[in-house]
Design a protein around this ligand. Structure first.
Ligand code: COA
Length: 349
């Protein structure tokens, strides 16, 4: 077998798709999209090096494998890397050669960043390959569905902070509120929460505009948000109606189902799962990062109870999200929540 290595060219994606067939994992599905012509990082495209391996038969090269390494403006401290080899060419060292070549390219990345990072699924060839090359897990991420009614609804006081009685249905109305996804207050807490739970791979400095673009604007599918606030306090002490709302303790942003079932393989575009169960709504749940751990856990549990009261919700649970883990892991153990997909490991050198 003679293998040649060359730069990625337009058209390689189609040739490789034919040879590769369906992706092994959700991560492979996602990262195939990163295979694209190399770029020096000018004209707004990120720096990227993409290499193809061809099996040369009778002087004709047929693409069988590819690897890519590229910079990302979000989480700039590492470069993303991905390698894929046709099944009938695996375990012959092609993956290893591609990774070695990518590492050499990474050493010349203009940002000076050369550490690699990849996503793999535990127990797969990709995970074994990463381990063999010293890429160690730096985070585990799970996609979790919380079943309706899994958590008890929080009980809100029947008096507001000014001491005035509130009728049953209005209890909590000064702490649970809808907020527009364009809200500056929401954007601020979402950005700071995201940064705080990514200390293991810093997202860099996030501007208000970036937070909006990543999590809250129309293109993300965000269509609503609720927040749980601290009880408002009056500057004049208890008994005097407070003039200001309490600060946000926790937030939940919900997203519309993507029309493309590839992007959400757990459901069809009619909003049901293949099993016939009601498809969960994607949500992003977080808290004010400066809250003490106990308070954060309580706030996250309460907001999750509210949003998952009647309908299932799906959220990404990283091991770094301590408050969310405290709420969700007992539900996973008791069967009131389930994994929607295999776990993902982010591995890095
Ligand atoms: C992961 C992948 C790229 C490996 O490609 P490959 O050409 O088979 O890898 P190599 O032959 O160079 O293997 C190098 C070493 O990795 C390890 N390895 C690779 N595949 C393995 C497997 N299925 N089981 C256990 N170890 C494995 C071994 O240590 C191997 O050395 P050895 O063959 O001498 O034992 C290939 O399996 C693939 O395309 N998987 C799907 C895509 C993917 O998951 N990519 C990983 C993201 S970076």
């Amino acid at each position: 077998m003679a293998i040649d290595y060359r730069e990625w060219r337009d058209g390689d994606d189609l040739a490789l798709l034919e040879i590769w067939g369906d992706p092994d994992t959700a991560q492979a599905r996602q990262f195939r999209g990163a295979l694209a012509p190399s770029s020096n990082g000018t004209n707004g495209t990120p720096w990227r090096r993409c290499i193809v391996a061809e099996d040369v038969v009778d002087g004709v090269g047929i693409p069988v494998a590819a690897g890519v390494v590229y910079e990302a403006s979000l989480h700039p401290e590492r470069l993303w890397a991905y390698v894929e080899v046709a099944r009938d060419h695996r375990r012959t060292g092609i993956g290893a050669t591609l990774l070695t070549m990518l590492r050499r390219e990474a050493a010349d990345a203009p940002s000076g960043v050369s550490r690699l990072r990849a996503k793999v699924e535990p127990g797969t060839a990709g995970a074994a390959f990463a381990e063999a090359f010293g890429l160690k897990p730096i985070q585990r991420s799970r996609l979790v569905v919380v079943e309706p009614g899994a958590l008890k609804l929080p009980v809100f006081p029947d008096k507001d902070y000014g001491g005035r009685p509130v009728s049953g249905e209005n209890a909590g109305s000064d702490v649970v509120m809808d907020l527009a996804t364009g809200s500056v207050e929401l954007t601020d807490v979402v950005g700071r929460y995201y940064t705080s739970v990514h200390a293991w791979d810093s997202p860099g400095v996030l501007s208000v505009g970036q937070v909006q673009k990543l999590f809250l604007d129309e293109l993300t599918g965000a269509h609503g948000a609720i927040v749980l606030r601290a009880q408002p306090e009056s500057a004049f002490g208890a008994g005097v109606a407070p003039g200001k709302k309490g600060r946000i303790r926790a937030f939940a942003v919900s997203y519309a189902a993507p029309a493309d079932p590839d992007a959400a393989p757990h459901m069809d575009n009619q909003g049901t799962e293949p099993s016939g169960r009601e498809a969960p709504t994607d949500v992003f749940v977080g808290h004010e990062p400066s809250l003490p751990a106990d308070d954060a856990a309580e706030a996250v549990r309460d907001i999750l109870a509210l949003i998952a009261y009647q309908h299932p919700v799906m959220l990404e649970l990283d091991d770094s999200m301590a408050a969310l883990r405290a709420a969700v892991e007992p539900l996973l153990e008791s069967g009131k929540a389930r994994l929607a997909a295999a776990e993902t490991l982010v591995v890095s050198d």
